[in-house]
Write a new protein. Structure first.
Length: 227
């Protein structure tokens, strides 16, 4: 049973940042650093650093929270692999939090929020939310900025996510903000996400194609696009 007193390890490797945290006694101690391709090299030492700072062992945790996607394919696989590897020998449940849910949580108490993040290849991961009532108003989607349409019955909204750092036009104004371990911890503690055992843990993929072929890259360059 997860409660507000639960001790959690949080792992988010869905971007080129390594975002980790330990939540205990109502507080989240976190690490958030740009590591690029060094996630697999640094993740275990950073987790041990957090555990040492919190004077905890893995066996004393109540659950491991992990970013479920959508996001960077390799990073998500690293995060889930580490979460599973740590959970199994310690008999810890896993709690998967969809990445766009965590992004939307940065805009609380809003009737309509666009959570949008960089999916590379000139596309975005996005979903619409009612954060007043903790409801998602669309599927988790991937597409170009000009493919984004308001959900039925909505005409005004605000946006949030690192899509707002890109040189693109989005249908609503918003802020370039991304969640940290605190947001993932609070969602895990909300009771809206079901803990599972490590064997049942999964990732959210919304894109079948995770890389462009050489021919597709050349075609996009010829058209003046970037991959």
């Amino acid at each position: 049973m997860i409660s507000t007193e639960s001790r959690l390890l949080i792992i988010d490797t869905s971007t080129n940042y390594l975002s980790l945290g330990i939540h205990q006694n109502g507080h989240t101690h976190s690490i958030y650093e740009a590591v690029g391709a060094k996630q697999s090299e640094l993740i275990l030492p950073r987790i041990q650093q957090l555990l040492d700072t919190a004077s905890l062992t893995l066996a004393q945790l109540d659950a491991i929270v992990y970013a479920q996607g959508p996001g960077a394919f390799t990073g998500l696989r690293i995060g889930l692999g580490v979460a599973t590897g740590l959970a199994l020998p310690n008999n810890l449940p896993l709690i998967g939090i969809p990445c766009l849910d965590a992004v939307a949580a940065l805009a609380p108490n809003q009737p309509c929020v666009l959570a949008a993040t960089d999916a590379r290849m000139n596309e975005l991961f996005f979903a619409w939310y009612d954060t007043q009532n903790h409801k998602r108003l669309s599927d988790y989607l991937v597409g170009s900025a000009n493919s984004i349409q308001f959900p039925a019955g909505q005409h005004n909204a605000i946006g949030v996510g690192n899509a707002y750092a890109l040189d693109i036009t989005l249908p609503v104004s918003g802020q370039n903000l991304m969640p940290g371990a605190q947001e993932y911890a609070q969602l895990a503690l909300s009771g809206r996400y079901t803990p599972t055992d490590a064997a049942q843990a999964s990732l959210h993929y919304v894109r079948n194609k995770i890389a462009l072929t050489a021919a597709e890259q050349a075609a996009r360059r010829a058209a003046g696009q970037t991959a």
